[in-house]
Structures are given as C-alpha cells and as structure tokens.
Design a protein around this ligand. Structure first.
Ligand code: LMR
Length: 328
C-alpha cells in the first residue's frame, strides 16, 4: 500500500490498523524504547521488520515503533495483554510484575560476558524461562542480546565509595535497587525515555547502562564520564501474548517464528561489536571513559556481590550454580 492510498483509505473510514499495511494482512506492532542504529535491539528490530514485510507480504505486516514512541517499557506489557501491541523486547529487568525468576540476569557480576549469558539462555534452565509467564498470558519467543553495563555519574566514579550519596536511575527491578544501595547510592526507578532529562536536570546524578544505550541516548553528554565496570548485563526477552500467538494459523506462525529465530541468531552474534562501535563513538564525540585496574574492579565486585544472598531464593541456587559453572 502506498502512503497516499493508505491515507485515502484512512480518510474514508476503512479500518486500517497500520498505515503501511494492506487489507487482510495480520498487523504486528512491535514497540520498543531504544534508538534504531548503532544499537543491537534497534538493528535487530529493523531487520525483523524488513524480513517479515518482504517474505510474508500479503500475509503479515510488521510496524516497528522505536524510541518509546508507542509505549515505554512499563506500559508495553499491559498493552500487549490488551491486544494493542503484538511484539516487544523489554530488557529482562522489566518483568518483575510477572516473574521473579528473571532476577538472575540482574544480579551483579553473575555473568562474565555476553557469551556466558548466551550459554545460560541456551541451557534447559534458560529455555524453560521462556515459558515461565504463560500463566500470566505472556510467551517468550527468544532472547536478544545487548551487552555489559557500565556506570556513569556527574562525578568521577573509580571506587564504589565514590557513589556514596549519589542518586542513580535504575530500571524497574528490585535487584538493581539493592545493587545501588550496596554502593551507598539512592536508586530511583525510572522509564528509559526519562533518563536523559533527569540526568541533565540533576533529578538523578548517575545511571548504569550499556555502551549502545549510553551513546544512543547521549547520556555521556550530561555525565562527568563513564566507568568501564562491566558489572552486569542488559539483555532482552522478545515477547508476545499467548492469545495472539495462538490466534495465528500454524503455517503462518511457523514462518514468523522461523524468521524471528534467524534474525535472533544473526544479530546476537553482532551485539558485542555493536557495543564496541558505540563505545568508540562516545570517545570520538569527546566523552570520557574511565577504565579500572583489576584491583579497583575487585572493589566493585566485593561491594556489590552481597546482593546475591537477598535474591538467591527467587532465582534458585541451582540456576546461580549453573551460571557460575558457565563462567568458569
Ligand atoms: C533501560 O531502561 O535502560 C534499558 O532497558 C533500555 C533498553 O531497552 O535497552
């Protein structure tokens, strides 16, 4: 459908869910919160959109809404259960209202790198988590990688004690609240779309995020610098509603899931490179990056790791042991 026809049809009152989709196509709205380029999720979402629209033309039509233009992550899962959006990829930190099992991904220093995260997700334990919210109407379809988190603030952060008394934005996760409290910070849960403004206006002093998010949303411009702590991860669950998935014809569902699986495999292999490129872009743009000696980093490990005790019941000691075995 051309833009002009779509507009004409909309004006004449035809029931079109999406301007770029043809009558009779199954419309898949995919809402996410990050930028689209130099970002693992942004790139993967665009590739998925392109492949669905090329290969399933006439059957299915995907529209991606990036940059929180449709919903922020705190609203998108409710909207999905209402049938207003069909696909999302919120970070694993944002499912707390639905399951506590994902807390393993937020525990600081649980995974040594994205390959370890990948291996855990590929294990039986990781795959079982995809189905853990079916009772609540949500179906995980796969994991998309972002990468390791770094710390930033409006003052230099070298030792964890430098964070004493600072206000930190965190995603909506009690594990991340506890982690920031462990370093003497005062955490504040906040939607991703609000973070730049909050840092700029001093509502919060600092935040933690991946290179691609720090670059993509320009956080480094309103921070003293970014400290390369690699203390945790941000990864995503590609998620849909059980009802919507059940509503698809089996052949359509299979084709959709096959394309999604292929996009997942292709783009997950590139996530680390995408973050490295974003890191280089921060330096190029004049941002400050601080690295830590092994000894300095060990200080952060020792200060943050006691948080595990508080959440080991939620995530299961056997899962912690499995994750640690992968690191070894
Ligand atoms: C955040 O809220 O910081 C991240 O979850 C955003 C994202 O989707 O990477």
């Amino acid at each position: 459908t051309t833009a002009a026809t779509a507009l004409a049809l909309t004006v004449t009152g035809a029931t079109f869910a999406a301007a770029g989709c043809d009558d009779g196509e199954i419309v898949v709205k995919f809402s996410h919160v990050t930028n689209t380029d130099k970002h693992p999720k942004g790139i993967a979402a665009s590739l998925l959109e392109q492949r669905i629209n090329d290969e399933m033309n006439g059957t299915m039509c995907m529209e991606v809404f990036p940059n929180s233009t449709l919903y922020n992550d705190n609203k998108v899962l409710e909207a999905m259960l209402q049938g207003d959006v069909q696909l999302a990829a919120p970070s694993l930190s944002k499912f707390e209202k639905f399951t506590k099992q994902f807390r393993i991904f937020d525990l600081p220093f649980m995974f040594k790198d994205v390959n370890a995260v990948d291996a855990f997700q590929a294990s039986d334990a990781g795959q079982d988590l995809l189905d853990s919210m079916q009772r609540r109407g949500l179906q995980g379809l796969g994991y998309w990688h972002n990468g390791m988190k770094q710390m930033s603030a409006n003052v230099p952060l070298v030792a964890p004690t430098d964070a004493n008394g600072l206000k930190f934005r965190v995603q909506s996760s009690d594990v991340l609240v506890a982690q920031m409290e462990a370093i003497g910070g005062s955490p504040q849960k906040m939607a991703f779309s609000e973070v730049y403004g909050a840092l700029q206006q001093g509502v919060v002093d600092g935040q933690e995020n991946t290179w691609s998010n720090i670059y993509g949303k320009k956080f480094f411009e309103v921070q003293d610098g970014v400290t390369e702590t690699n203390h945790g991860i941000i990864d995503y669950l590609v998620v849909t509603s059980v009802d919507w998935l059940d509503s698809l014809d089996p052949a359509v569902r299979d084709q959709f899931l096959t394309i999604l699986g292929e996009v997942t495999d292709v783009r997950n292999k590139e996530s680390t490179a995408v973050n490295e490129a974003a890191k280089a872009s921060i330096v190029e743009a004049g941002g400050t990056i601080r690295t830590l000696t092994a000894e300095q980093r060990q200080d952060w490990v020792e200060t943050m790791m006691p948080v595990w005790d508080k959440f080991s019941k939620d995530v299961g000691q056997e899962n912690i042991d499995a994750a640690q075995a992968i690191n070894a």
